[in-house]
Ligand binder design. Sequence first.
Ligand SMILES: C[S@@+](CC[C@H](N)C(=O)[O-])C[C@H]1O[C@@H](n2cnc3c(N)ncnc32)[C@H](O)[C@@H]1O
Length: 365
Amino acid sequence: LCPDVGLRVALPDLDAFRARLDRSLHPDAAAVAAEVDRLCLHVCFKVAAEYGLPRTATPFMLEPLCRRLGIVREAEYVVGIVLETLQEEGFPHMPPPDELPRLCAKARERFGDEPFIRLVERCAGGVRAFLVGERRGWDVVFPRGDLELWADLHHRSAVMSAFSKAAALAVDALVPDGGEILEFGAGTGAGTAAFLDRVDGRPIERYLFTDVSDTFLRRARRRFGDRPFVDYARFDLEGDDDLGLDLQVDVAVGVNALHVARSLPAAVDRLRRMVRPGGWIVAAEGSPPAPGRSWRPNVLFGFLEGWWNVETDPAFRSAPGFLLLEAWEALFRHSGLTDVAALPIEQSGRRLGGVVVGRAHGGVR
Ligand SMILES: C[S@@+](CC[C@H](N)C(=O)[O-])C[C@H]1O[C@@H](n2cnc3c(N)ncnc32)[C@H](O)[C@@H]1O
């Protein structure tokens, strides 16, 4: 079976779509991803050196090791990532402890004010306080509730902006004129902004901006208030929210949002019931660069409990964080979606993530 069959159902003009997707990528996307990987490795060195993590430690010994070192439960995932990363890298020689600030400065010389570099600096600066429980991980990433770096990361980062643009292209290709779209986990609105840019002038009946957090809904009302067809509602992928059960949209889309669900099968099932027969679920998601290789920024995103406190299962998600595209496809099929397909987002041979699509209730619109 041709692997493109599902994709060609969703996107008949697949080659043109692929070309648009490639063109939408920031020219430095893969280079920035590689640089961020390197910086994250140095965050791991910093933690290992400060805590004297033993070379022989494995993630299996995590809990007793953390208790012995006085590391709080909230930070155990990050310590586990440090050990996993050092193991994947074959326990390389540790550089001097002041190497990270120098590397960040050099990265900035090359890539300018890339928000991902600032996130590395922010997490590295707060990691000691986080590990010993002086600061919550949330407070390190969002100091005094500041969402600006988070917003910048999703809107402007050469790596992270790829996902909003890819989702916007896919939704534009799948939604009919006069159609209705629901965006879940819309957060700072990077996906919304990319979509509204993309479809400027096309007739869209309704774009329902949703998130579980009222803070993001308030920000979005200010930001997109001049678009009369954009509505706002609290929507929780886990259930218990303000949306009526009779809602039926043409496309439900999320940009790096679906993986936050504690139970992935339950979340996809919920979305499937909100999409009209023949409509689509679209998830643009980051992914590990290859099977057996972890996503290095786990060490940063692991500061947030929502990143790691999720249900794992061997079939779809063996560990917290981003999934491989193959796992998303398996999950979508398992959830009863049809015409399931995943289009990788890649540059210079480096996989950044992908857009996964699946059709609800089978059938043709
Ligand atoms: C990584 S962010 C997505 C980024 C988003 N595309 C943006 O532009 O900011 C994940 C989003 O999912 C939301 N979220 C977390 N748990 C959720 C849940 N159970 N249901 C719906 N949204 C959730 C968060 O508030 C956050 O905005």
